[in-house]
Design a protein around this ligand. Structure first.
Ligand code: 3DU
Length: 232
């Protein structure tokens, strides 16, 4: 279990991981996300950045963002990793070097025997995508296999779409309390805040419903009200 994430979540009473993909047209993305985190950083346990952020601000921009806020936010890199083990491990090592605390990898390649990245006393937490929020059932037909694989790899957690409460419940049954469940799809994709946590997720990943809101703080406060306080 990732102790930094749990500690921050309990301290801030937050089950929210903020996804930084959106920025307003015409704004400098790094400046926008830095201001957003200065405004709402005390309300979010984690921050997830993906390819949109990497491609718009580059590795140096991300490094700067992570360095500025990693004192009290848990940073997860979501670079849609689905490759052979050597490549995934090499990217994970770079991600750790950039200051991230965790990385999301796709499980469906079933290519990995062991996932780890360490550097100077720090280690990276790995999360595996077990079910996506899109309607496709291809991955869901193999849900148990993917969940068992996550357990075998000793992952810190799994990602399961917030719109799939049955898959979240199944993940909780299969993983017990050994691994975290992170659920995207809340807000802009139509799932009500609190629904994934009610089904057994530990965190809800929320992007546009906060980042594109005229009042990100108020949006976050509304989402947080729908969650029971975290406690493991
Ligand atoms: O829809 P939002 O703006 O709240 O953003 C959701 C984030 O979660 C976004 O970064 C997307 O890449 C990620 N995600 C899903 O939405 C659904 C998945 O199955 C996996 C990741």
């Amino acid at each position: 279990m990732p102790s930094k994430l749990k500690k921050i979540a309990v301290e801030k009473r937050s089950r929210v991981v903020l996804a930084l993909d959106y920025y307003p047209h015409g704004r400098d993305p790094l400046d926008f996300w830095s201001s957003l985190l200065s405004d709402v950083g005390d309300l979010v346990a984690g921050v997830k950045v993906g390819l949109p952020a990497l491609l718009s601000v580059g590795t140096e921009g991300l490094r700067e963002l992570v360095e500025s806020f990693s004192g009290d936010v848990y940073f997860i890199a979501d670079f849609k990793l689905a490759d052979i083990e050597d490549i995934v491990r090499s990217v994970a090592q770079s991600v750790l070097g950039m200051g991230f605390d965790g990385v999301i990898v796709h499980l469906f390649p079933l290519c990995y025997s062991r996932l780890s990245a360490r550097e100077g006393g720090r280690s990276l937490d790995f999360y595996g995508v077990a079910s996506m929020s899109c309607p496709s059932t291809l991955m869901d037909a193999h849900l148990d296999e993917l969940l068992d694989y996550a357990v075998k790899l000793g992952l810190a957690g799994v990602v399961v779409g917030a719109n799939k409460p049955g898959a979240i419940r199944r993940a909780r049954e299969r993983l017990g309390s050994q691994a975290l469940i992170l659920s995207p799809g809340v807000g802009a994709q139509g799932v009500e805040p609190g629904a994934a946590v009610a089904a057994g997720a530990d965190f809800e990943i929320v992007g546009r419903a906060v980042a594109a809101s005229p009042s990100p703080r108020a949006a976050l406060e509304r989402i947080m009200k729908s969650h029971p306080p975290p406690g493991w």
